[in-house]
Design a protein around this ligand. Structure first.
Ligand code: NZQ
Ligand code: ZN
Length: 386
């Protein structure tokens, strides 16, 4: 096992009705900025519930944080927070609102050009406002990690940042708040959580026995949940509760501690979102199967372990079992209605050129756990996904 520092200070308030408890964790005299997205928080009543829980505190609102939150919009929130002397942030929404709020938390006390927070991937964050979160979309794990992803619309740059100062102090995970999600977002959440697990699992063995079994358990849980969550008719509390907690566990640092991590699929996927607006999880479904294929030699041992333990594929030669495991992975994404080909988005060779160029511009030239995914390898991965 590799050396690691594990730190996760986020308090989780899990279950129906838990929004009422946030009052215990936001200081009574705080000047609170509640941040939310394009309107779902308001129309579903979640925002009203949050405001009621905040009681008599001084509260300001900032709505309109878009999916794949933009630096441009977030900069307006930073201006507002500075003008109103905000000292506590409360994010109400999905990963985009949470990520955007983390950026605002770091940017408000930042001296100098706040874009440099993204350029330096968060390493220059020295202070941040405290924040809490109310999650309405299980997918990203942002509710219990210290990272975020922000897009500069003007330049189509989608960059990730992280800092130990950006963990939410608390996150409310109330499964009933996901009942209003359209099936497309449930599917996105299943696939995003699946790929987060794979990025930390499908590398090379380092004898992280518990990490491997934990990751395999999360993958199997998502596979079991997928048909239930996609065909449930009326929302089912237990399905939603399991999806919510599984997605959180997939990216709260635990399964990634002490093991190599890949993240090439995410870095390539971010460029697809920045250039073509494809939902985050949908980009991952295009890229991951081809990363598995392109890196099958370096990932051979873990691919065979994945085939046997996650999909119970035990027949055939090593290469046949690896082929079958990659095929099952793509079928899983397709089974929840998420395509695995660029052609499904009417994208061809010109998109491959554009993504490779963007990766190069953003310094994404040695991706993966072995740092072996050069722009040429990324090109081969994308060409195989046409
Ligand atoms: O904007 P509103 O009106 O709120 O609507 C949102 C949005 O249109 C809607 N929605 C959210 N909760 C809802 C709801 N609609 C009905 N009922 C509800 N309860 O869902 C749409 C998508 O929301 P968004 O927050 O964009 O989705 P998601 O949670 O998938 O977040 C995606 C973002 O997270 C980043 C992605 O890159 C992307 O920008 N990621 C963040 C990570 C992290 N912080 O660790 C890791 C991930 O890999 C990912 O990169
Ligand atoms: Zn993701």
């Amino acid at each position: 096992m590799l050396n690691f520092n594990f730190y996760n200070p986020t308090r989780i308030l899990f279950g129906a009705g838990k929004i009422a408890e946030i009052s215990q964790f936001v200081p009574q005299d705080a000047r609170v900025l509640v941040l939310y997205g394009g309107g779902s928080a308001r129309s579903t009543g979640t925002l009203a519930e949050v405001l009621a829980a905040l009681g008599e505190r001084t509260v300001f609102e900032f709505g309109g944080i878009e999916p794949n939150p933009s630096y441009e919009t977030l900069s307006r929130a930073v201006d507002m927070a500075r003008a109103e002397r905000i000292d506590y942030l409360l994010a109400v929404g999905g990963g985009s609102v949470l990520d955007g709020s983390k950026f605002v938390a770091a940017a408000v006390p930042f001296e100098g050009d706040t874009w440099s927070i993204l350029e330096k991937r968060g390493s220059n964050i020295t202070r941040a406002l405290p924040m809490g979160a109310v999650l309405t979309l299980p997918a990203t794990g942002s509710e219990m990690n210290s990272g975020g992803v922000v897009t500069r619309k003007a330049t189509h740059a989608k960059l990730a940042f992280s800092s130990p100062l950006c963990f939410p102090q608390f996150s409310v995970l109330d499964p009933t708040k996901t009942y209003t999600l359209p099936p497309r977002q449930i599917a996105n959440g299943l696939v995003d959580a699946f790929v987060h697990t794979m990025e930390q699992y499908l590398t090379y063995p380092v004898n992280g026995l518990a990490q491997d079994r934990f990751a395999e358990g999360l993958l199997q849980t998502l596979i079991e949940l997928a048909p239930r969550a996609m065909q449930e008719g009326e929302p089912d509390y237990d399905n939603r509760a399991n999806l919510m907690w599984t997605a959180t566990l997939a990216l709260n640092g635990l399964i990634g501690a002490g093991v190599p991590q890949d993240w090439a699929t995410h870095m390539i996927g971010h460029e697809l979102t920045a250039l073509y607006g494809i939902d985050h999880a949908r980009t991952l479904a295009i890229v991951l199967p081809q990363v598995m294929q392109a890196r099958r030699e370096a990932k051979r041992e873990k691919l065979l372990q994945y085939a046997a333990r996650v999909w119970q594929i035990t027949e055939g030669s090593d290469d046949e079992r690896i082929d079958a495991a990659i095929a099952r992975t793509a079928q899983f994404f397709e089974s929840v209605g998420i395509p695995t080909r660029l052609s499904a988005y009417q994208l061809g060779g010109e998109a491959v050129d554009a993504v490779v160029k963007a990766l190069t511009e953003h310094g994404m030239v040695k991706l993966g756990e072995q740092r072996a995914i050069t722009p040429e390898v990324s090109r081969a991965i994308l060409e195989a996904a046409l």
